[in-house]
Design a protein. Structure first.
Length: 231
């Protein structure tokens, strides 16, 4: 009998958000679980599984073999550098820091064309990523949250071709399209708690602008808590 690949919650949410029947690029595929899962269930038409490292790519090949999945285009490449825009309509970049995701998108201006769906799952610096996306005219069509191994992760679905806009600090930190997510309150609490810890650290600092920055962090924490308390 065919072995069915099961996913952990973070990758499962990403898989659920991938449009049915799409041609997928999974950038930084590593183990290759996402394209293997989707192809095994015939949820997508094809996949480029890309990674900058030969060893992760070999791991992805082993996963495909183990689950009897054929037809994945394994590609050793940095970001989207060797992936042509007309090869895929959906791009997943998951499990990397927000800065790395930004660098990959900076190197692939075609992702702004409005014809591609991007699913982005930053492990860190989600606020920087949201800010960069908005300033570069990507539209946030959906954001969702998922708990996995004691961490709360955001997943962003964006398309390019919108009007560039600057997000407020609160929007960048707490999301633009998360209001209806069942985990939104928890996410707001986490962000406010982080700001309060930052403020506490700054209060102990002798740096000239530390007290002002602590005031700003506390004000933002209050703003986020007030928003949370209206939900
Ligand atoms: C932590 S793994 C994430 C794997 C999978 N995407 C996930 O979410 O579970 C990060 C992978 O991204 C790859 N990676 C890092 N920078 C990359 C880049 N610029 N281009 C392609 N792959 C990259 C690494 O080699 C590694 O395999």
């Amino acid at each position: 009998m065919e072995r069915r690949l099961q996913l952990q919650p973070r990758l499962q949410l990403l898989a659920d958000m991938v449009p049915e029947g799409c041609r997928l690029a999974d950038v930084g595929t590593d183990h290759g679980y996402l394209p293997v899962y989707l192809l095994q269930r015939r949820r997508i038409r094809g996949a480029v599984a890309a990674d900058i490292g030969a060893e992760p790519l070999a791991h992805a090949r082993r996963t495909a073999e183990a689950y009897g999945v054929e037809g994945i285009d394994f590609r050793l490449c940095d970001g989207l550098r060797d992936i042509a825009p007309d090869e895929v309509d959906t791009v997943v970049i998951a499990g990397m820091g927000g800065e790395t995701i930004i660098t990959i998108l900076e190197g692939a201006a075609w992702t702004k064309d409005g014809a591609h769906t991007l699913l982005l799952q930053p492990m860190t610096k989600a606020a920087d990523l949201r800010y960069w996306l908005a300033v570069n005219g990507y539209n946030f069509t959906e954001e969702r949250l998922v708990w996995d191994k004691n961490y709360l992760y955001p997943v962003l679905r964006v398309t390019g071709g919108g009007t560039p806009q600057a997000l407020t600090e609160r929007q960048a930190l707490t999301g633009v399209a998360l209001d209806n997510d069942p985990l939104y309150r928890e996410y707001l609490t986490q962000q406010a708690d982080k700001l309060r810890r930052t403020a506490e650290g700054l209060r102990r600092s002798a740096k000239p602008d530390a007290q002002q920055r602590a005031d700003a962090a506390e004000a933002l924490a209050r703003e986020i808590e007030e928003k949370r308390d209206t939900l």
